[in-house]
Design a protein around this ligand. Sequence first.
Ligand SMILES: Cc1cc2nc3c(=O)[nH]c(=O)nc-3n(C[C@H](O)[C@H](O)[C@H](O)COP(=O)(O)O)c2cc1C
Length: 392
Amino acid sequence: MLKNKKILLGITGGVAAYKAVDLIRRLKDDGASVTVIMTDASKNFITPLSLQIASGSKVYSGLFEDPMSHIELSRDADLMLIAPATANIIGKFANGIADDLLSTCILSFRGKVVIAPSMNWRMYENPMVQGNLKRLTAHGILQVGPDKGTLACGEEGVGRMAEVNEITEAVKSALSKKDLSKKKVIVTGGPTREYLDPVRFISNRSSGKMGYAVAGECIRRGAEVILISGPSALQAPKGLKAFFKVETAGEMREAVFKNLSKTDIVIMAAAPADFSPEKKENIKIGKSEKLSIKFKNTPDIIAEIGKLKRRPLLVGFAAETGKRLDRARAKRTRKGADIIVFNDVTEAGSGFDVDTNKITIIEKNKETPLPMMTKYKAAEAIMDVVSECLSK
Ligand SMILES: Cc1cc2nc3c(=O)[nH]c(=O)nc-3n(C[C@H](O)[C@H](O)[C@H](O)COP(=O)(O)O)c2cc1C
């Protein structure tokens, strides 16, 4: 997601500096190139050599070592990230002080800046630090964290640097287009469970990965997102407007319709069980009984939305066993959806419970077949098409 993005990472003299190696690795895994600037104080916490090895490039520090580096480094970067950001660098940045390479680069940089403050809670709560942070926010500087927890000094409080995945998410969000700003989106994800008795249910292999990736992508693009999820082991993306956990298709339907008014986009990435037992037993069915179960259809949520007179832009998924694009096309028309995302769940690496997917995005007059890609990339591609539809 950060392919071809150049990130200038400033590391300052806080205890959390040791997390920089992990942070660099994560940013690079996402495709970014990372150039590091260290303050002198930070070298007490982590060595330049470790950061050179992690980033795979020269680590900068001295203002006069490379006379034009303070201009060249910041001119070439897409984003500046300061993690950890000490009270000192926050104070210098907020007051326009440029007395070393990092603080000078920050002032000469024209792009998005993300800071991840990290310090003792007393320092963080100090009105001077708070005032400086407010000033930076007012100037469009993006802040991630700090989190609450046990601090290096052993005390509890707000001051821990945000987790590495939170910081990488903030970087991705800062670099994302904001084409869904102010749009209200409902995303469903995961499977549903239809109970036979209090302990047994039928379900399917959906993990929720596709739906959660779509929800995260919508948040990054500035949308107000409600995620309605069946049982899933995944952590909900940060920044959701609301998160509803449901179990059955009936509960999913109820949650969708409760939140539907004024929604601009509905993305039904969930895999509700299509059938539920006609009768749910109130007590556990005994082992010795010969069992024959009659099923009925669960509510067809997407078709119900498709029939509404005034309805949001509607995106459905067709998980097929085989290359049944014909079935996916027919589903789009039958359900009254604008877009159907087709995938063949029998193809290796595509569909349920894997991190990748091979999809074809089907619109009324256009089909976009895509190669195998991560579900995050697939979510990006789906939202590109959705955004294009909205702008028509
Ligand atoms: C052991 C130790 C840990 C420190 N941890 C932090 C910290 O987590 N956050 C912070 O703002 N300052 C911390 N400081 C203070 C900074 O290192 C100090 O303010 C320094 O001037 C920061 O310089 P820099 O912002 O140029 O890196 C710590 C100091 C010491 C001695």
